[in-house]
Ligand binder design. Structure first.
Ligand SMILES: C[S@@+](CC[C@H](N)C(=O)[O-])C[C@H]1O[C@@H](n2cnc3c(N)ncnc32)[C@H](O)[C@@H]1O
Length: 412
């Protein structure tokens, strides 16, 4: 089953989605759902009528998108948000309202989690405002409603936050009005954030778990908008699989490992010694090598300085990838793997480089190999879970995430 070329091109242009989203089980389910909605049983008949069906383009893309999200997803970003707001932002901006953007927000768990975090940290509603958006109108409507089923609460992430919810008679929970009132939703496209009516600078931006669905140019454009929207001393949170080389070109990593937080790169005066080529910062693209700790570090950032001896070529590959020189980084990694016994770290790095080059299938294959060599590789498990979600394989994604949760519980 193949999506007609013109529709595929329109989806890529308007939504930025990568072509690989337009085939595979997720795509086939979307086509079947839409055919069922119109009572059409033949695929060619459906696409022949596509342009005549009212709103079909938007409804079809709604089916294709992956609005997978849950409360306090990854936990660490919310913990760091609280710390940063109280110990840094409030001290520098006493009396000012903190402005936060959460895009894409899916059906709302992320922006509501942000508001809950700040209220529990002692901020008053008048101290902050959360703006949230997603490209899917259907999803934004659901977010405004604020009603959630069990799937929106996973593992221990939302532990201790139930006081912000009221139980629904039919099961699930509704977010209390005392939280809802501080979150404003609107439909928006990450590729057109410059036209947002609310456009102004934001002190905090959450833009998580979306770049993986985008083609290269769309990522570039979205990151450019985020750079413009982030206030000079603001912080940007991305997802654990979003640490793209192009992100590191515009921003620098900030905060603790696992928070996946960035801030603007400091502008250095041209003649100052600091402006001379500096030693590269650690990149978010890989997790190399894994520190030996009793408790797993949440998605540890690699320290280039640690990659010495035999691992030196991998360090160079990280540095090249960080500069956006993906072909050269790939070459180095491949040569390394030809000359050494394969390690989970090298394979995971190569997988990340392939994904950053929009070669999702190759990327996934390398990440699977990394997991085969190290079945506890947390980032590989999480990345494969995201890729499974993207294909519409939600059971597989749930299995992978549950492996991470079990590991965390065992290590705690
Ligand atoms: C996997 S969810 C991530 C939600 C949330 N940030 C999180 O990490 O849990 C991805 C969302 O991206 C949205 N999306 C896809 N393309 C978009 C675009 N061009 N602009 C805004 N949202 C988009 C989808 O509708 C979907 O709800």
């Amino acid at each position: 089953m193949k999506l007609p070329e013109l529709i595929a091109q329109r989806i890529c242009r308007q939504y930025g989605l990568d072509e690989s989203m337009m085939s595979g089980p997720g795509y086939e389910t979307a086509v079947r759902q839409r055919m069922r909605a119109h009572g059409i049983s033949d695929v060619s008949a459906y696409f022949a009528q596509f342009d005549q069906l009212p709103r079909e383009f938007d409804d079809f893309v709604d089916e294709l998108l992956v609005p997978e999200s849950w409360f306090f997803r990854d936990r660490a970003p919310f913990e760091y948000l609280e710390l940063w707001v109280k110990s840094i932002w409030q001290k520098a901006h006493s009396g000012k309202t903190l402005r936060i953007l959460s895009v894409p927000c899916a059906a709302g768990p992320e922006p509501y989690s942000i508001a809950m975090t700040l209220l529990d940290a002692g901020l008053k509603g008048s101290d902050f405002q959360v703006y949230a958006g997603d490209i899917s109108e259907r999803t934004v409507d659901l977010a405004r409603k604020g009603e959630f089923r069990k799937m929106a609460f996973r593992g221990k992430d939302a532990e201790g936050r139930l006081h912000h919810f009221e139980p629904l008679p039919e099961g699930g929970y509704r977010v209390c009005d005392s939280v809802k009132q501080y979150v404003r939703f609107q439909r928006c496209n990450l590729l057109e954030l410059d036209s947002l009516s609310l456009a102004a600078s934001f002190d905090v931006i959450f833009c998580r778990n979306v770049f993986i669905y985008f083609r290269h140019e769309a990522r570039q454009r979205a990151i450019g908008h985020l750079k413009q929207l982030l206030s000079p001393d603001g912080v940007l949170f991305v997802g654990h699989a979003d640490g793209l080389p192009m992100l590191s070109q515009m921003f620098e990593t900030y905060g603790p490992p696992g928070a996946f937080c960035y801030r603007h790169r400091e502008e250095k005066p041209v003649d100052s010694p600091a402006a001379r080529p500096a030693r590269r910062r650690s990149s978010r693209i890989v997790n190399l090598p894994r520190p030996v700790v009793k408790k797993p570090v949440r998605a540890a950032i690699p320290k280039a300085a640690d990659l010495t001896g035999e691992n030196r070529p991998l360090r160079e590959a990280v540095e090249l990838a960080d500069k956006g020189e993906l072909d050269a980084a790939r070459e180095l990694c491949r040569t390394y793997l030809e000359e050494h016994s394969p390690t989970a770290e090298a394979l995971f790095l190569l997988g990340q480089i392939e994904m950053a080059s929009s070669r999702m299938r190759d990327g996934e294959a390398y990440i699977r190999k990394a997991l085969y060599l190290d079945p506890r590789h947390r980032e590989a498990l999480l990345q494969l879970a995201i890729l499974a979600e993207r294909r519409g394989a939600n059971d597989e994604a749930a299995r992978l995430r549950s492996r991470v949760s079990k590991q965390e519980a065992a290590d705690a």
